[in-house]
Design a protein around this ligand. Structure first.
Ligand code: HEC
Ligand code: HEC
Length: 240
């Protein structure tokens, strides 16, 4: 987690130095700050903390923390705006942040808004990214339904039952918040963080009695995006 956070800071610095004059995206023109705030809360806040927006997402970097340094170095607002605009079009290729959540004038508005507030207030140093907790049992609505589709389309269903039957892998039934015995002899609680790691880095922790390398052969580390993993976790959570 530490390393991940440090990596994000480096990305931030790289983004800033590359921010001006990026050709592929074009220049962020105009933008309505008020409209940008509304869009930010709706489309970005679930992953990013930003004090002014009152958002508390922790999947992506804390944007106050991300831009506090740029502010302190007196970067122009227009420069920060362009960095945010470029980020919307060209997030890191690892697939953690979906590209083009907003485009055109809406992207300019979001960028103008973020540039006007990020890092101005009480900026924290950027909490390390962790997943926000999955929706309560039984609920989850849209996210769990998305997860149910991914469970089929990504092939998880080939190895993981939801009926309680043991397959190539452990059943998802009742796994959420259960105590899982690992091959190391350790016992861990299958909370959000554990499930996220099991999906994103399958060989990191191995469930006792199951083979290592079987899941990762089909689902290589990092191949499931965080957004998809979150939906899958909501689905798994709903299988009490
Ligand atoms: C599904 C989660 C998710 C959503 C939704 C999301 N982001 Fe991100 N964002 C991330 C992650 C993860 C990173 C770090 C990896 C990267 O740079 O792509 C990131 C990075 C960033 C950065 C770079 C910060 C830095 O330290 O350099 C900015 C700026 C940003 N996002 C703005 C936005 C804006 C604006 C929106 C809404 C249009 C948005 N994000 C929506 C996950 C998300
Ligand atoms: C080819 C078979 C296979 C596929 C496909 C597969 N897994 Fe697995 N999975 C396993 C095996 C075997 C284990 C147990 C060994 C381990 O811990 O890695 C496991 C472990 C897990 C665990 C930990 C479960 C526990 O009881 O602690 C989770 C969560 C998980 N998989 C999620 C998924 C998701 C989500 C997908 C689809 C994106 C998926 N798996 C696809 C074989 C598979």
């Amino acid at each position: 987690m530490r390393l991940f956070a440090a990596g994000l800071l480096l990305l931030g610095v790289a983004a800033l130095s590359a921010g001006c004059g990026t050709k592929q995206t074009g220049i962020a023109k105009g933008g309505d700050v008020g409209q940008g705030k509304t869009l930010f809360v709706a489309k970005c806040g679930s992953c990013h903390r930003l004090a002014d927006a009152g958002s508390t997402g922790t999947i992506g970097p804390d944007l106050d923390g991300a831009f506090a340094g740029a502010r302190a170095q007196h970067f122009k607002v227009s420069t920060i705006k362009q960095v945010v605009y470029d980020q919307i079009y060209h997030p890191a290729p690892a697939g953690l942040m979906p590209a083009k959540i907003v485009t055109g004038a809406n992207a300019a508005s979001v960028a103008a808004y973020v540039a006007s507030v990020a890092g101005t207030g009480a900026a924290s140093n950027g909490a390390p990214p962790t997943i926000t907790s999955a929706p309560a049992a039984g609920g989850g609505g849209g996210l769990a339904a998305t997860g149910a589709k991914l469970y089929e389309s990504l092939g998880c269903s080939a190895c993981h039952s939801i009926s309680g039957a043991k397959g190539v892998g452990p059943t998802f039934k009742g796994v959420y918040n259960s105590k899982v015995q690992l091959s190391t002899g350790q016992t861990v609680t299958a909370n959000d963080a554990y499930l996220l790691e099991s999906i994103r880095d399958p060989d990191k922790q191995i469930v006792r009695g199951f083979p290592k390398g079987v899941m990762s052969a089909t689902i290589p580390p990092g191949s499931v995006s965080i957004a998809n993993a979150k939906a899958l976790i909501a689905f798994i959570t709903s299988k009490k």
